[in-house]
Ligand binder design. Structure first.
Ligand code: 3PG
Length: 218
């Protein structure tokens, strides 16, 4: 798969829901109820960060037990992470930045990648390699909405999923930008609610996040 194709796949994925939950999960028993809670609220695209010991098992559980979920692996830092994510059944990968190794490994195993960029040079470098859908990370500490507006002028051909500091308070402002089809964030699945198995509360947060769509479909 070339990167142009991957980028288009990513755009389709990004358009499925306005928010991609960024999940840090270690307890495999939480995997399926958490995924179902989020999907029940309308958020079908989930990013499971490879930041916990059991993250790959969490991905496997979600992939095996949810039919509507599009399960991705986040925090890809190396080729090994890419191979492990693919083997676990991830449908896409997310990386906070890029390396040649990660891009090569994703192309090799045909894992669509949402690659991270934070500066115009990084955005241009990725665009030159065919990645027209990128993760703007860390969004808030890199200028947030103002930075994305400034990038839109000279580099209009890139769509961004801003992540890092995006919350229920500022998500709508991000989504109102022409170059932002979706945002990513952890606020829809807070650690304490996962720990307390408060799936109803997580579904409600997901529902509220999904309803951000209403502002664009009227
Ligand atoms: C991350 O990779 O941690 C994401 O950017 C999530 O950031 P957030 O916790 O600020 O939503």
């Amino acid at each position: 798969m070339n990167s142009y194709k991957e980028s288009h796949d990513l755009l389709d994925i990004c358009k499925l829901a306005p928010v991609i939950p960024v999940l840090v999960v270690d307890d495999t028993a939480s995997a399926v109820p958490l995924a179902k809670a989020l999907i029940g609220g309308g958020l079908r695209v989930l990013e499971i960060t490879l930041r916990t010991k059991n993250a790959l098992d969490v991905i496997k559980e979600m992939v095996a037990n949810t039919t509507e979920g599009i399960i991705g692996a986040g925090t890809l830092l190396s080729e090994e992470d890419v191979y492990a994510a693919k083997n676990a059944g991830a449908s896409f990968g997310v990386s906070p930045g890029i390396t040649d190794q990660i891009l090569r490994a994703c192309a090799e195993v045909k894992l669509p990648l949402l690659p991270g960029a934070a500066t115009p040079s990084e955005v241009m470098n990725l665009l030159a390699r065919g990645y027209s859908v990128q993760k703007f990370f860390p969004a808030e500490s890199n200028g947030g909405i103002a930075a994305l507006k400034s990038i839109l002028g000279p580099i209009p051909g890139v769509s961004f999923c801003p992540t890092g500091g995006v919350t229920s308070t500022n998500a709508l402002d991000y989504l109102s930008l022409k170059n932002v089809p979706c945002v990513g964030g952890s606020w829809v699945a807070p650690q304490n609610k996962i720990k307390n198995a408060d799936w109803q509360a997580i579904t409600e947060l997901a529902r509220q996040a999904y309803s951000l769509n209403e502002h664009f479909n009227t």
